[in-house]
Write a protein that binds this ligand. Structure first.
Ligand SMILES: Nc1ncnc2c1ncn2[C@@H]1O[C@H](COP(=O)(O)OP(=O)(O)OP(=O)(O)O)[C@@H](O)[C@H]1O
Ligand SMILES: [Mg+2]
Length: 216
């Protein structure tokens, strides 16, 4: 039987804007299992990014628990959460968030250095390898502003997987890249070599790679 490694129990999230409270997530229960590739689909503005931030400890849910290996991310101290995000989680952000004054290669390698588990030469080699797999080797020394949106996104994917995270949170990872058209082999190979992928998308094409699909 597959092991559940992340379990959301009754999570809710609301924001206060201009003195008014808006409820975005309401009492969500969700179990994510080892080896699964889970896709959550929803219309723009339905709360996918908010859910991803809450599940990954990037932001705190207003209520409920997010248990990762039985530990609650909602009540976890920031220092411990930061460590967990470096060691166990990988992120592909909707807005990519590449560091603007670092080359694509450096953006990928920095993530490896933060993890502190490999030597500098191992990290460099892995970063080169991943950028090559992502078909971005030819622009590895360019700054993010000097490459296309798709190239930035492929770099962001390489950065997210360099530490072989136990969970990969991907927020519209193919917004600038048509995954099925351009990467029929490489990306699924990389993603399936990870233990878990949770991907939040609005694009139905990519659902073919998932083992479970929820439509909100
Ligand atoms: N910090 C915030 N303060 C106030 N409202 C917010 C905040 N962050 C998100 N929201 C609101 O929460 C709702 C859900 O936003 P979210 O970014 O999670 O949607 P989404 O499903 O990811 O949309 P998209 O597909 O366009 O990326 C939106 O109406 C948004 O305006
Ligand atoms: Mg979003």
């Amino acid at each position: 039987m597959k092991k559940c490694i992340l379990s959301a129990k009754g999570i809710s999230k609301s924001f206060v804007h201009n003195g008014r409270q808006t409820h975005i997530l309401s009492h969500i229960d969700l179990d994510l299992y080892e080896g699964d590739f889970t896709v959550i689909m929803g219309a723009s503005g339905s709360g996918k990014s908010t859910l991803l931030y809450a599940l990954s400890g990037m932001d705190k849910a207003t209520a409920g628990q997010v248990l990762y290996h039985e530990k609650d991310l909602v009540s976890m101290r920031e220092k411990e959460l930061t460590r967990l995000r470096c060691t166990d989680f990988g992120f592909i952000f909707q807005q990519m968030h590449l560091v603007s004054n670092l080359s694509l290669f450096e953006n990928v390698a920095v993530s490896g250095y933060l993890n502190k588990k490999k030597t500098a030469s191992e990290i460099k080699q892995k970063a080169e390898e991943l950028l090559d797999k992502m078909n971005a080797a030819h622009v590895k020394n360019h700054l993010p502003s000097q490459v296309s949106g798709g190239e930035q996104q492929r770099c962001a994917i390489a950065r997210a997987v360099i530490n072989m995270p136990r969970m990969l949170f991907a927020d519209e990872p193919t917004g600038s890249v048509e995954l099925v058209q351009h990467y029929p082999k490489e990306i699924p190979v990389i993603l399936f070599s990870l233990s878990i992928l949770i991907s939040l998308i609005t694009d139905r094409h990519n659902v073919r790679f998932s083992s479970r699909v929820s439509v909100s």
